[in-house]
Design a protein around this ligand. Sequence first.
Ligand SMILES: [Zn+2]
Length: 142
Amino acid sequence: MNPRNRKQQVTRVFDGRTHHIALCRGFRDQLPVFGWGEAPSTLLTTAQLRDAGLRRNGQDPVALLVFRHQRPYARETVAELFSVELAAPKRAAAPGQMDHAMEARRTCVDCARVQDYCVPTSTRQCWDCFDDEQGGQVEAAA
Ligand SMILES: [Zn+2]
């Protein structure tokens, strides 16, 4: 069934501070289901919270977001929505985690050597491997 064709229902959503009256597309697991851009603006997915420098802070989802991916195919995805009001700032990573993350960013995907600089995120290659590859292409073109 296409959720777009379903009649919208009035629901109440409590985000921890404010009771919102909103139109939803129905309910799933007792949670109101919203389409993209239809949920109250204080409700965010975990990815959106992360982008905003927040974490869900142990709260339960207050609603669900249903959307379709453009690519690779129009797959329906359901994401849990959390309240910005109940979220907390992201904890700073522990020193050990930080080292590990930094080492990953300095590791070349081609030669697997850990460099003393961060490899470009576009290629994930160290400059030696990048140069080798570029050199090869120039030679092949000549
Ligand atoms: Zn390399």
